[in-house]
Design a protein around this ligand. Structure first.
Ligand SMILES: [Zn+2]
Length: 148
């Protein structure tokens, strides 16, 4: 596919060493627009809504922060731990910065685990971007469907 100049700049910022040491694309070789299209189709197929998933991730983050760094059980189902690092991360679309943190959610019903940050929630809600395959912070649609 043909890139626009903005897409090219966004894709460049997602590479390792720009916003995060590992980057946002993992070992995914597809153009960002293709990743987003495939994940949007998966969301539709699974009957999920980006806002609905972002709301849940925010709820789990807020509830998990009550554990003050220790794992805490939320909604009788999720084991949540939150960790904070100093600083902020810019969105690759250059529309703001996000608190640098990591939230780990282990769903005790499905056995699945997801790791995400404030930036991940923003990317999901605003840009409908789940990150590339192999990225440690990827929010895989099938995994999200299992933990919803
Ligand atoms: Zn953004």
């Amino acid at each position: 596919m043909k890139y626009t100049q903005i897409e090219r700049a966004v894709q460049e910022r997602m590479r390792p060493g720009h916003i995060t040491a590992l980057g946002l694309l993992g070992d995914d070789q597809r153009p960002v627009a293709d990743i987003m299209q495939a994940d949007s189709e998966a969301f539709s197929r699974l009957g999920m809504d980006f806002d609905q998933v972002a709301d849940l991730l925010e709820h789990l983050r807020s509830a998990g922060q009550d554990g003050l760094g220790e794992p805490i059980t939320v909604d009788n189902r999720y084991l949540v731990s939150t960790g904070d690092a100093r600083g902020v991360l810019p969105c690759p679309w250059n529309d703001g910065v996000h608190h640098k943190n990591a939230i780990t959610v282990q769903d005790q019903r499905s056995g699945r685990t997801i790791i995400y940050s404030d930036l991940s929630i923003h990317l999901l809600r605003v840009h409908h971007f789940c990150q590339g395959k192999g990225s440690p912070f990827r929010l895989d649609p099938d995994t999200l469907a299992a933990i919803l």
